[in-house]
Design a protein around this ligand. Sequence first.
Ligand code: GRG
Length: 317
Amino acid sequence: MSTTARTRPSLPSSESPSTGAHPRALAGGLSSLAVRVDRRLPELLPRSTERPEAVHEAMAYALTGPGKRVRPVLTLMVAELFGERSAPVLDLACSIEMVHACSLILDDLPSMDDASLRRGRPTVHRAYGEAVALLAALGLLNRAYALVAEAANRISLSRYTAEDMVHHLAAAIGSDGLIGGQALDLLAKPDEMSLDLLEYIHSHKTGALFMAAAEMGAMAADARRRDLEVVSRFAKNLGLAFQITDDLLDVLGTPEETGKDTGKDADKATFVKLLGVPGAQALAEELLGFALVSLDPLGKKAEPLRELVRFVSRRSR
Ligand code: GRG
């Protein structure tokens, strides 16, 4: 497969931040938070006119493309739930989206999922070539860590330190987090597949970043440890359910609806393969039910998080 750039896409300029009014933004009350993220993301990147231009352009292409912004919205919602709505929290949320964008670039590579379409456009390696895609992924990851350190230092915290936050994010991404889940997703043999292994894969490759997103929001708001544990449990179930709905969309959706290649999981072990479509749908709903129950101790103020659950339950993209 050729890894050279085939399409040079048009890029939103980092000097004119996106309005966030793209077709894939979250619906309803969630969309105003997604718009805040969309406006801030381009401001946090190096200019595409600065060297190395191709890498900076690919970073912007990957980061500012029309994603749903579910993870940074989760960070903002959790922080707000515990009373924190400052500018550094928005930057923390954006750092989570940078990690997510990095993971999508890597996941789409020929050596991983070999995907051609993402967010309705060519994947980063199809647009810029594999070498630039890899460097852009690393560029986003490093920018994310720097941003967490900078933003955390601007928030006054008593229970947590900036170091805690950076460490937390690193752990979520590492070989016991996203990297671990992705590794077993790629390496596990179909005849080794079990519910237990699938749960490991999905809760690491997807659940870990949802958990980190919620936990960073709670830490930024200096939430009590037991409140942090509540939102962490919520995010674990939400993330696992989100991945199952992703697998369902791979089978039931179209590239026009989802903005990405569908039918890519045909040779992979997924909950849909193991349980069938109705079984996977039932499991996703059960996990979303657990997510809702875990919010009970937070009462009415957790309503935005319940809205996020409803979004995941109904999503078609
Ligand atoms: C070093 C960060 C890092 C990762 C290395 C490649 C890898 C390990 C992990 C891949 C994790 C991955 C891509 C999981 C899939 C998660 C998922 C359901 C993606 C789709 O998320 P959406 O629907 O996408 O939120 P948008 O486009 O809306 O942002």
